[in-house]
Design a protein around this ligand. Structure first.
Ligand code: SAM
Length: 406
């Protein structure tokens, strides 16, 4: 028998964010949620929920940034916040006009939720891409991204946004700020210095010069190929498997569903879209939806479909958290190479959410086929949710599993 638990709550949406996550969070949440900074007491939730009491929605770099900016005693200003994780900066700077840029759909949901939960109604706009900034910016508040390619891309785009009167203050864990990081700021924006470390975080101060690189500069693409099927895969900055095919994805390419006619297929957590593209190539009638919580990933998939598929109109693209906005009983196949970390945290809760969403979205008789490291034990989760799970293929490191919606 399928066992229902907190992970199997019905999914519905509340003002755009995923309320199932919030309900789960309310059930048992030992996470620390009160963030005291300057004269504010903010209640901040992390998305999606976690039962790990060591996780919280802000870090010492957020705190350092907010305390430093408070000392500047700025009049309300146009503030561009880049890469805020769950809204600590958006909420902490609510007296300003805020534009918040993030690649992450989950971050966008968290900003909305945490602003509302703290009854804050600033002038606020979320953008997925820095090319959408359309006002003069007085202050840029920048959490460094995880990947160097994303940092370079964001600095290049910033060079078109800032002027010598814009203040740029960045922050990260001290261990993630190298002399090469400072050189990148120097190269793309202007003269750069750093603060002392405080609670293991540091600030970066940058005085922009006039280094405009031209608004329409195309981002750097990393491109590689696969042989079977023959695909040319380009990756926008920060996308998973930027420089080569993931080894798990390689095993999945050897085990792509075929002879599935005009089935509707979802590539869940599509990254650059390599798995969905292989399905589309092997099955010329299949309708394929590419979905990911990373904006750059969805845009990479869109690009790769137009470069590899002669009839791209049978493909759709969706920036989303798992399958939140996809209808019940609407797909015949889901293929997935699930993530096993969120930001720096190793976790299986996104895989759980993906498998539960898949159960809801698959038609009766529909199938989910996934690839994972053998040691992650995904067969236990799939068996529990679908009441069946077979092994399609395996090698020393990875396993391909399949479950059917009965
Ligand atoms: C292991 S990668 C797989 C990428 C690609 N399918 C491949 O095989 O190369 C996992 C992908 O899941 C995406 N992801 C992480 N959390 C997600 C979520 N909550 N909803 C949708 N996608 C998510 C990541 O952005 C990443 O692109």
């Amino acid at each position: 028998m399928r066992q229902f638990d907190a992970f199997l709550l019905p999914r519905f949406t509340l003002g755009g964010y995923n309320s199932a996550n919030l309900i789960r969070q309310r059930i048992s949440n030992p996470m620390k949620t009160i963030f005291e900074v300057n004269n504010l007491e903010l209640t901040l939730e992390r998305f999606p929920c976690s039962n790990d009491e060591n996780l919280q929605a802000w870090d010492s770099a957020d705190q350092y940034l907010l305390e430093y900016i408070e000392q500047l005693k700025l009049e309300p200003a146009n503030v561009l916040i880049i890469n805020d994780t769950f809204g600590a900066l958006v909420c902490g700077l609510n007296q300003h006009n805020i534009i918040a840029q993030s690649d992450s759909f989950i971050a966008k949901q968290a900003y909305q939720y945490n602003l509302e939960a703290n009854h804050l109604t600033p002038s606020f706009k979320h953008i997925s891409d820095l090319s959408q900034v359309d006002v003069n910016i007085d202050l840029v508040v920048f959490k460094l991204p995880k990947s160097n390619s994303m940092l370079i891309e964001q600095l290049r785009q910033l060079s078109n946004i800032v002027s010598p009167t814009t203040q740029v203050i960045a922050a990260a864990k001290a261990k993630d700020i190298h002399s090469s990081t400072l050189k990148l700021f120097d190269k793309h924006l202007g003269s750069t210095t750093t603060s002392l470390a405080k609670k293991k975080s540091r600030l970066i101060f940058c005085q922009p010069g006039n280094k405009h690189t031209g608004r329409n500069l195309a981002p750097d693409l990393h491109t590689w190929s696969t042989s079977s099927p023959a695909l040319t895969i380009s990756n926008l900055p920060g996308v998973f498997a930027n420089s080569s095919l993931d080894l798990g994805a390689q095993l999945m390419l050897e085990n792509i569903p075929s002879n599935i006619g005009d089935s509707t297929v979802i590539d869940l957590g599509c990254g650059n879209g390599v798995l969905g593209l292989a399905v589309a190539k092997n099955n010329p009638q299949a309708q394929v939806t590419f979905t990911d919580e990373s904006y750059m990933a969805v845009e990479s998939s869109r690009l790769n479909v137009s470069n590899n598929i002669s009839d791209p109109q049978r493909c759709n693209f969706l920036w989303n958290d798992c399958l939140t906005d996809i209808e019940f009983d609407s797909a015949d196949w889901i293929i997935c190479n699930p993530p096993f970390h969120q930001l720096q945290t190793i976790t299986d809760h996104i895989a759980w959410q993906m498998f539960n969403d898949a159960y809801r979205v698959l038609n009766k008789g529909g199938k989910i086929r996934i690839v994972g490291n053998r040691h992650l034990g995904y067969h236990i989760k799939l068996q529990r949710i679908f009441d069946n799970c077979i092994t399609v293929a395996s090698n020393g490191k990875f396993v391909i599993l399949e479950s059917t919606r009965l």
